[in-house]
Design a protein around this ligand. Structure first.
Ligand SMILES: [Zn+2]
Length: 200
């Protein structure tokens, strides 16, 4: 199965806007070339009419879209978010949580599993991004202060045992115990990231 996008303005590492074409074979990019294809084309041909041809956007931090939020706790909300993002050029994303009570978080993990299996039309789910609950009170922003916690193993091990889908965890690194958690995440190939922090 071959598709060729012609007459597009290419978005490439070296620059934006040169006219060119992209060949896709069996769902994978096989060629990106400047100018116009030489000779007749086989398969499907799509004329981009000088619109941009861009790589898919991968969103590592998003809470929702299309009126739905990942914390709504329903599979339907997940699918609405995924399909809305796909319409605007996001091809993959990390559903991101808000600081919340543990029961709500664990429910979110279950919904994620089901939604991932049913997500056939939307941006792909690449794993869960946890935002909180280990944040600085003074930098809480939109995070509910009632649910902020300290990173102690008794708590974070429960979270890590409840889901194998966590791929990124945002934490305030100055909290006691945060660096140990960061090292543990690294050893488990989960990306520790800094957020809502008072660190200077
Ligand atoms: Zn956020």
């Amino acid at each position: 199965m071959r598709t060729t996008l012609i007459n597009g303005r290419l978005i490439l590492p070296g620059g934006i806007g040169e006219t060119g074409y992209v060949v896709i074979e069996d769902g994978k990019i096989a060629a990106v070339e400047k100018g116009e294809p030489a000779g007749p084309l086989s398969g499907e041909v799509i004329d981009a009419h000088s619109l941009y041809i861009s790589p898919g956007f991968i969103d590592l931090h998003t809470h929702g879209a299309g009126g739905a939020d990942f914390m709504d706790g329903t599979v339907e909300a997940y699918l609405t978010v995924a399909e809305t993002h796909a319409r605007y050029g996001t091809t993959a994303l990390l559903p991101t949580t808000l600081t919340c009570p543990d029961e709500e978080l664990f429910h979110m993990f279950d919904v994620y599993t089901e939604a991932k299996a049913r997500n056939t039309k939307g941006a792909h789910f690449l794993g869960i991004h946890l935002e909180g609950p280990y944040f600085a009170y003074s930098q809480r922003g939109a995070q509910d202060p009632a649910n902020l916690k300290q990173p102690v193993p008794e708590h974070y091990m429960k979270i890590l045992e409840a889901s194998g889908d966590i791929v990124r965890w945002s934490i305030a690194p100055e909290l006691p115990g945060a660096l140990e958690l960061g090292r543990l995440l690294k050893s488990r190939h989960i990306l520790p990231s800094v957020g809502h922090t008072d660190a200077v």
